[in-house]
Write a protein that binds this ligand. Structure first.
Ligand code: C5P
Length: 238
């Protein structure tokens, strides 16, 4: 067994944080992973990386066979640096392009293809390593890590999520229209919730947290309390 495979821990604990766009999953996951000293998987970045590689290769969003091949050869890495986690594609940082509108649209299109989702399962599961993993996405608790002992579904009203995104984009100096953002979010929510494969729905054993009226710290505290409470009851059981 190589060192690499020895480091992969199928029984390392996983905390899944799923939910719609703009509910604050990214910020909460990063804070919780830091507090626990666990690894972090941003699965949205995985779909975005596939989309970016597909754009660069000139592939169409519905060319499922070519996209699956691309997923199988994807050279994706996450590097921790001063300013947070950076995404590397074939060794090169691609963070800025990953967030572009073109890549966002392509990501949601490729994410709807069942064979693309299957092709990315192993890659995502390889992030499960001791001492633990915080996995952020849409189907972490329902498909990728169904046996995770800790599952959260993070929600917030569409108005609040649109408001947060609006402020964020304004701060970055982008000119945006609130109504447009609101409608786009509603549309993406509908597509993610209603798609045939891996729709964005809470796992049966997930704790749903509504962050509409909560600050980041309050959500982080609630998630950490859940992990402590469930790990306490696991110890009592054994
Ligand atoms: O979370 P983020 O906006 O970065 O995700 C990019 C795209 O990837 C979204 O359109 C979402 O539908 C898709 N996605 C997914 N499953 C995941 C994570 C993201 O389908 N686990």
């Amino acid at each position: 067994m190589s060192d690499e495979s020895a480091a992969v821990g199928d029984d390392a604990p996983v905390l899944t944080i799923d939910g719609p766009s703009g509910a604050g999953k990214g910020a909460v996951s990063a804070r919780v992973a830091e507090a626990l000293g666990w690894h972090l998987l941003d699965s949205g970045a995985v779909y975005r990386a596939v989309a970016l590689a597909a754009v660069d290769a000139g592939l169409d969003a519905d060319d499922e066979a070519a996209l699956v091949e691309l997923c199988e050869g994807l050279e994706l890495d996450f590097a921790r640096g001063e300013g947070g986690v950076s995404v590397l594609l074939a060794g090169k940082p691609v963070d800025q392009r990953l967030r572009s509108e073109e890549v966002s649209v392509m990501a949601s299109q490729v994410a709807a293809l069942p064979r693309v989702r299957s092709a990315l399962l192993d890659l995502q599961r390889r992030f499960r390593r001791a001492p633990g993993l915080v996995a952020d996405g849409r189907d972490m608790g329902t498909v990728v890590f169904t046996d995770a002992p800790y599952k959260v579904f993070l929600e917030a009203s569409v108005e609040e999520r649109a408001n947060r995104r609006y402020k964020q984009l304004k701060e970055q100096g982008e000119s945006v229209k609130f109504l447009r953002l609101f409608r786009d979010l509603e549309e993406r929510d509908r597509r993610d919730r209603e798609r045939a494969v891996s729709p964005t729905v809470p796992a049966d054993d997930a704790v749903v947290i509504d962050s509409t009226d909560l600050g980041l710290e309050q959500v982080v505290d609630q998630v950490l309390a859940l992990v402590r409470q469930r790990s306490g009851s696991e110890k009592t059981k054994s």
